[in-house]
Design a protein around this ligand. Structure first.
Ligand code: PLP
Length: 261
């Protein structure tokens, strides 16, 4: 709080807080709450802006996911303008969204840069369709692809792994040990940088030539018509199943002729 207070001078136009959506600072750190900043901004007649980066319109903890700040909460805390992305946890198209006080939004609308930065019709249509899904919160986890993938349980992913395993074991019988193993998946994309979701992966461990076999397999799978992108970790290639929808297509790709090196 002291840092913000000290920095305010004659030239100050606004106070801004940017959410650490891509990283986390650990150790002896602190941060100032939005409501405390709102009080400070008001006292100095300044506008308070918060960039949430991702933000979430729904309470993610209700879905068993880690908490992410919500724009509506920040409005209630007294923040004047809040920016967040359309294509992170919101699950829509790449777009920057600004919400807040009507008079400030009107000023932004009049700014010459607004025309250069305005969203095109396709973006608006996709954003509109995404936001419409939020009007039926009870169906959101089913209908919004981002939330659907984030909420797939470890149990469901383990079942999927077991379904896929026999065909892969049969195909990779020479030189590979194929298994289904629990894993932790990073959410990434500028939201929840350190939280990991428990899931399941198919793992491929070479029985000989460790690293060179692994790199060869990873490269081969990446070069498929539909690339299969895994992660090398602990002497194995990991294929995280969190976002796998089309099992038949996945198997077809994995079992393509050159895939058993
Ligand atoms: C991702 C991010 C942005 C940019 O969001 P867009 O998706 O480009 O609209 C801005 N600020 C922070 C803190 C972010 O994490």
């Amino acid at each position: 709080m002291h840092d913000y207070q000290q920095a305010i001078g004659e030239q100050t136009a606004l106070l801004m807080k940017v959410h650490t959506s891509n990283y986390q600072i650990n150790g002896f750190t602190g941060c100032v709450s939005e409501s405390a900043l709102a009080t400070l901004a008001q006292r100095h007649g300044l506008v308070l802006v918060a960039d949430l980066g991702s933000g979430s319109l729904i309470d993610l903890t209700a879905y068993g996911l880690p908490a992410e700040p919500m724009p509506q909460q920040l409005i209630a805390d007294g923040v004047d303008l809040i920016s967040f992305s359309g294509d992170k946890l919101l699950g829509g198209p790449q777009a920057g969204i600004i919400v807040g006080k009507r008079a400030l939004i009107a000023r932004l609308q009049q700014h010459p840069l607004k025309r250069a930065l305005r969203a095109d019709k396709i973006t608006l249509a996709a954003l509109d369709a995404t936001l419409a899904l939020y009007q039926q919160p009870e169906l959101l986890a089913q209908q919004l692809p981002t939330l659907n993938k984030l909420t797939r349980s470890q149990h469901i992913l383990a079942e999927q792994a077991q379904r896929l395993l026999p065909a892969l074991r049969a195909h990779f019988c020479a030189g590979w040990q194929v298994n289904a193993e629990p894993c932790l998946s990073q959410i990434g994309s500028g939201s929840l940088p350190v939280d990991r979701l428990p899931g399941y992966a198919l793992t491929f461990m070479p029985t000989a030539n460790g690293d060179s076999s692994l790199h060869a397999l990873a490269a081969q799978l990446r070069q498929r018509e539909i690339p299969v992108i895994g992660r090398l970790h602990n002497g194995k290639l990991w294929l995280d199943l969190r976002c796998l929808e089309n099992e038949a297509l996945f198997l077809e790709t994995m079992l393509a002729p050159d895939s058993a090196p």
